[in-house]
Write a new protein. Structure first.
Length: 371
């Protein structure tokens, strides 16, 4: 399309270095430009960004989740004649002088305020009001799952015609590690033995890791199998470490921290099973990445997770510790089930491609520009 050559896009890239939304931004904008050839992209923020054609960065000092972002970003964007501004989260700069596209990943701030990182009245009021205002101001609302689309319609009364579902993808770098020597060297460097139970993601309360620890403690594993928790911790949440101490699992639970994409591939490949016990997810990317690496998955039967994993994972109630323990035991110990889950998982993961996400997003941007 000829008009693409004259388009100017702005994107709030301040969360580009984060997990979750940061991964979304990085993977998306590494690919969006090829679906908008000739378009110019301005990244607002300091985070490292994809090296894409006709793009540049404009520094923004305003912290995430604060009144300054509502002033500084619109002021910085002024005079740039943007065709569209993309906010990758609900905290969109409402006064930005351009049509707005906003991505709403989930409604945890409205549905589960007790699980938030900042359980303060002013923050919750800011989140509730700004999410509603962002949806009202946006010409198009992107979501990453049908579950979030339904939540937007049900909870906020958003017109379903404004919403475009753009499921996330699995990077081609996620594939089984077949070089046994490299995998063993990776395991030795991290004092791990192949065959651990793995969780990938942050350790916030809604991720339900305390129940996972209790379920793990209830399984009579032979060989003292370990539980590896690969994700960022928040010092304000002591529940997981307290549960590990209470169950005397200090030697069997490993807090490995945030891992690079390449390290994650090895972690997935060395795991006996990947577990996602979350009470609520906007999408849930780790199960698909684990499937792409040939690892069986146990996941919670809630929110968006069933639509993402389909029939390729064992689904259980996230609040039933006994069912969670049985599913982990079966997925790690029954070879017939493991072969079935592995085959289904590899097939399922191939259905999700970041290029599809980028294509759908670019089409939604063009639709928003046209009004």
């Amino acid at each position: 399309m000829a008009e693409k050559n004259h388009l100017k896009f702005g994107v709030d890239f301040r969360m580009g270095g984060h997990s979750g939304i940061g991964r979304y931004l990085t993977e998306l904008y590494a690919r969006v430009p090829k679906f908008l050839p000739g378009a110019e992209i301005t990244y607002f923020g300091h985070a490292p960004r994809p090296a894409t054609p006709r793009s540049h960065t404009v520094p923004v000092r305003a912290p995430i989740y604060g009144w300054r972002e509502q002033l500084e970003i619109p002021a910085t964007a002024g005079g740039r004649n943007l065709s569209l501004f993309h906010a990758p989260h609900w905290n969109a700069p409402l006064a930005v002088p351009a049509p707005l596209a906003v991505t709403i990943h989930d409604l945890i701030h409205l549905l589960f305020p007790e699980y938030l990182r900042h359980p303060r009245f002013l923050y919750l009021a800011y989140a509730r009001n700004l999410m509603k205002a962002s949806c009202a101001r946006a010409r198009v609302i992107l979501t990453v799952s049908e579950n979030t689309r339904r939540d937007l319609v049900r909870v906020l009364g958003v017109d379903h015609r404004k919403i475009v579902v753009t499921p996330l993808g699995v990077d081609s770098g996620f594939r089984p590690v077949r070089e046994s020597g490299k995998l063993k060297a990776f395991m030795r460097a991290r004092n791990l033995a192949e065959g651990y139970i793995l969780y990938v993601g942050n350790l916030k309360p809604h991720k339900n890791i305390e129940r996972l620890v209790r379920a793990f403690a209830a399984i009579p594993f032979s060989g003292r199998m370990k539980l590896v928790l690969a994700g960022s911790e928040d010092k304000r949440y002591r529940g997981v470490r307290d549960e590990v101490e209470k169950k005397s699992l200090g030697g069997r639970v490993v807090f490995s921290g945030v891992s690079s994409k390449e390290d994650l591939r090895f972690l997935y490949s060395g795991a006996r099973v990947l577990v996602l016990p979350s009470l609520y997810e906007g999408f849930g990317l780790p199960p698909l990445e684990a499937m792409a690496c040939g690892t069986p998955v146990v996941a919670a039967k809630t929110s968006s997770i069933p639509e993402v994993v389909g029939d390729a994972a064992l689904l259980v109630s996230p609040r039933d510790e006994g069912a969670l323990a049985r599913a982990i035991r079966d997925a790690s110990g029954r070879e017939d089930l493991r072969r079935r889950l592995r085959a289904r998982g590899l097939k399922r993961a191939r259905l999700f491609d970041w290029n599809d996400t980028a294509c759908l997003t670019a089409s939604a941007f063009l639709r928003a520009i046209k009004g």
